[in-house]
Write a protein that binds this ligand. Structure first.
Ligand SMILES: [Zn+2]
Length: 428
């Protein structure tokens, strides 16, 4: 059966409507649509959004299949309401050639849980010394438009300038992990009151902010686009706000964990809270929420960073940095942005689907829920509340900071071009 009638859903949180899917597209949106010949999904009380798009996912394949694969990562994505993810380049081998990005792209297509758009490395081997084959990756079947050395900062200003100039030719974007490496040597957590008390090496806000300031000026100088990964400080928000006011082509993302958690959690010494950039202060969290609400920060991106338990269940200093995020992102955004009144569901659709699709040029994603559009959709039971149980994750890894925490909202259905990838909370 190729027709599906989603009955009585609050489209983008608005008045209840029926949405009829025929094959790969939305055929009609309205009230009292005929269910004839269609499978009916009762959606009264639930919110229907365009399928979510994650501009920052670590799928780990090739090379670290013990933590995640394209299959398990895209199943986690579908489970969290995503229909497209951008796969970061810090794999083994690094995605710095047309061959590697095509391999990742092809695996995503074969599995079919969500579209996988590879991100290409900016520099060969993420070493920050020599530009990678940006043009060849763009012209490959994967059609790469986003480039990043994420995990590492492109700290050489000349390399960054050349990358910005190069991607400008085909309308691409460089996504920067803003972290001045010398200022963060040996850093274990946010530099501040808590790091001083615990005696852990601090990670100053200025390490992030100085690179952002430099890069918006470079983007302005060469007339190119720069995207800032995972903003984590109030000062970073101020710099991006200033740059936008000057018409500089900068976009920025925030992770769900930086919208909710603070460095006070590091007092537990539980490595699940060890992440790069680090959890900051309450003041930073509030500034990030406000900036996401007013559009200074364009999008929420998960920085889904799976690690096997042997890399996380160890002492703080030795533990790997990162958290899984695809399966809890929407719940954290509901908790921090919707239930606080900062953003409505149309705003969530904008920050988690429309804008990331625009920045990454994910064709067919982030579209309005209306007739003729690709049926990339997700249905959310926003009244649900429950405790996070990582044992139920589709991801191969379990390093979530939310284990046992009560969070609102649950994705019940996801459709990728009309094909259900998640039905009643179960992957197909
Ligand atoms: Zn990063």
């Amino acid at each position: 059966m190729s027709k599906i009638l989603i009955r009585g859903a609050k489209v983008l949180g608005g008045a209840p409507q029926d949405v009829l899917i025929d094959g790969e597209v939305v055929e009609a949106v309205g009230t009292g649509l005929s269910a004839e010949g269609a499978e009916v999904v009762e959606a009264a009380g639930k919110v229907l959004l365009p399928g979510l798009v994650d501009l920052h996912t670590h799928l780990r394949e090739p090379g670290r299949e013990d933590s995640e694969t394209v299959l398990t990562g895209t199943r986690a994505a579908a489970s969290g309401g995503y229909t497209a993810v951008f796969a970061m380049a810090n794999t083994f081998p690094v995605a710095d050639t047309a061959g590697v990005v095509e391999q990742v792209w092809r695996l995503g297509r074969e599995h079919g849980y969500c579209d996988v758009q590879p991100i290409g490395a900016v520099t060969v081997g993420l070493e920050g010394k020599k530009l990678a084959e940006l043009g060849a990756m763009h012209e490959s079947a994967a059609g790469v438009t986003v480039f990043s050395d994420d995990g590492k900062c492109v700290d050489d200003a000349v390399i960054m300038r050349r990358a910005l100039e190069y991607v400008k030719a085909f309308g691409g974007v460089v996504a920067q992990h803003a972290q001045e490496p010398r200022l963060t040597e040996g850093a274990q957590m946010n530099e501040g009151v808590v790091s001083a008390e615990l005696g852990l090496g601090g990670w100053p806000a200025v390490a992030e902010e100085s690179i952002i300031a430099r890069d918006v000026l470079l983007a302005d100088h060469v007339g190119s686009r720069v995207h800032i990964c995972h903003l984590s400080t109030a000062g970073s928000v101020e710099i991006v706000r200033w740059a936008k006011s000057r018409g500089i082509q900068v976009t920025a993302e925030v992770t769900p964990h930086h919208l909710l958690l603070t460095d006070e959690l590091v007092r537990t010494y539980d490595p699940v809270y060890k992440v790069n950039p680090p959890l900051r202060t309450e003041r930073d969290v509030l500034a990030l929420r406000e900036a996401l609400a007013d559009g200074t920060i364009d999008i929420v991106a998960t920085d889904h960073a799976p690690h096997p338990h042997e890399d996380k269940d160890c002492e703080w200093a030795a533990a790997a940095m990162g958290m899984v995020g695809l399966e809890t992102a929407l719940s954290v955004v509901q908790e921090t942005m919707v239930d606080t009144g900062l953003l409505d569901w149309a705003g969530v659709a904008d920050r988690m689907s429309v804008q990331p699709a625009r920045i990454g040029q994910a064709t067919g994603h982030g579209r309005p829920v209306s007739a003729g559009e690709p049926a990339n959709l997700t249905l959310v039971d926003t009244a649900y509340r429950g405790r996070v149980d990582p044992e139920g994750f589709a991801s191969r890894s379990r390093n979530t900071p939310y284990q046992g925490r009560e969070l609102p909202g649950r994705v019940t259905h996801t459709w990728l071009r009309g094909k259900a990838t998640l039905v009643d909370g179960k992957l197909t």
